[in-house]
Design a protein around this ligand. Sequence first.
Ligand code: SF4
Ligand code: SF4
Length: 184
Amino acid sequence: MRGASVKFRQWVKTLTFYEILMGMKATLMHFLHYRPVTIQYPHERKPLPHNYRGMLALLRYDDGTEKCVGCDLCEAACPSRVIRVYSAEVPGEPTKRYAKEYYMDMTRCLFCGLCVQACPVDALGMSQEYEWAVYDKRDLLLCKEQLLAIGDRAFPVREKPLEFQHPNVAYFNVAFHHLPPKDD
Ligand code: SF4
Ligand code: SF4
C-alpha cells in the first residue's frame, strides 16, 4: 500500500514538472535577491585587514631623520637575502651610524615580516601597498630613497626621536647634544 502511494506521488510530480518548477523558483529567488560579489577593481577595492603585509618601507622620525641606524640586523634576519645594508658613521657624530645605502630586492621577498621584527628601532614597516606589478623585474630592486618614499606616504604619522620618547635614557647618552627638557 505504502509503495503504491510513493509511486503515485512520483507520478504526480512527473506530470506537473515539479522538479523543474522548484529549480525555476530557486533561480527566481536568486534573481530577486541578487547581491553581486564581484568587485569592480580598480574602481572598487576590498578593505584589507589591518595586519596585511604589503610592500616594505623605511620610516622616519617626526623631525624627518631616518630611523635606520644601519645595524644590519634586518639583513641577518631575512631568510631570502632580500636586504643589503651599507652602514657608515654619521658625519660629525662618530658614535652614531646610519644606512648610507640600503637595498631591497623585492623579487625575492616572502613578506614574512622577520626583518620588521628584527629591527631594534622600528625603522621598517609593512605598508598596505600591493600594486607593484612591473614589466622589468629590475624595477623591484628598491634603493633607500624609494623605500623612504613608501614610508612617507604609507605611514604619515611618525614617532618622536628616541631621545624624546625616553628622555631619562637620553640623559646618559653622551653623544646626544640636544637634550630635551625634563618634565617637572
Ligand atoms: S619580509 Fe621576510 S623575506 Fe621580505 S625582506 Fe623582510 S625578512 Fe626578508
Ligand atoms: S632597518 Fe633596522 S634592522 Fe635594518 S639596518 Fe636599519 S636599524 Fe638595523
